[in-house]
Ligand binder design. Sequence first.
Ligand SMILES: NC(=O)c1ccc[n+]([C@@H]2O[C@H](COP(=O)([O-])OP(=O)(O)OC[C@H]3O[C@@H](n4cnc5c(N)ncnc54)[C@H](OP(=O)(O)O)[C@@H]3O)[C@@H](O)[C@H]2O)c1
Length: 280
Amino acid sequence: MKILITGSEGMLARDLMPVLKENHEMMPLSKKEMDITQKDAVIKNIKSSAPDIVINCAAYTKVDTAEEESVSAFQVNGIGVQNLAIACTEMQIPLCHISTDYVFDGRKGRPYTPFDNTNPLSVYGESKLAGERYIQWLMNKFYIVRTSGLYGRGDNNFVLTILRLAKEQQSVKVVTDQICSPTSTLSLSAGIKKLIESGNFGIYHITDDSGGGISWFNYAREIVSMAGISADIIPVTSEEFSRPAKRPAYSVLDTEITRLAVGYAPEKREVALKKFLSLK
Ligand SMILES: NC(=O)c1ccc[n+]([C@@H]2O[C@H](COP(=O)([O-])OP(=O)(O)OC[C@H]3O[C@@H](n4cnc5c(N)ncnc54)[C@H](OP(=O)(O)O)[C@@H]3O)[C@@H](O)[C@H]2O)c1
């Protein structure tokens, strides 16, 4: 397939493209080359390059800043995705869109399936839900892939931040009361590849396998231990470690439907982390 990737300089896109390149022709477009908030440019670019599918890796991802920049968050995560949905519908091609566990409020206490009700707690979560909704309102052929706690290339992710702080400060405060399923961009990329090759449209959850989930605190301990760094990881509550955007207390995503639909078995969290650390 000819695959057009938006936001091609982002963390996920940079790991996804080499994985897809094995079997597909890649057409990467960075923010500079195609700003998804510009409807005319989106339609023009997608028409002229005539891809078989668009994968949207472009997003406004500054979760805390979004509380004060809701217009920018909605412009990119809502209207930008609407523009892509309109262009793909005109071209009669599917859109694969990446979304987040932050569309849930975390009150369920058990892993969320794609059929659970959404109820975001933050502006970022609301803006990502807006994008999901536009796709469902405008399109028949789409994949919405919700994922969680991504880490990969670049320097702006939890794993690399913990490694840096552990080396710089010897002790790092991490929250104990947020449970999630951290995910390597490499394993997510393998899941996305399987999904877009399947033709089984719908909403899917793809994360690494943490069983019933892991707290950021325990995950930070796992990271420093696996990296062989001696640093104190100090447990704190979300209240003590206050941040502008509210996060769900429990946002583990249930990946069973993805396994049933396309045979994607999630990577074990520890295995994915080990691979990532060995590449560094
Ligand atoms: N990171 C996580 O922990 C996480 C968790 C769950 C879900 N997700 C979702 O996974 C997807 C990929 O995330 P990521 O971590 O790879 O994000 P990222 O590294 O922030 O990449 C997003 C890319 O989109 C670009 N972009 C921003 N506004 C744009 C616009 N108007 N038009 C075109 N491109 C634009 C950004 O460019 P600039 O940097 O120049 O603005 C950046 O290159 C997103 O949909 C995100 O919501 C992420």
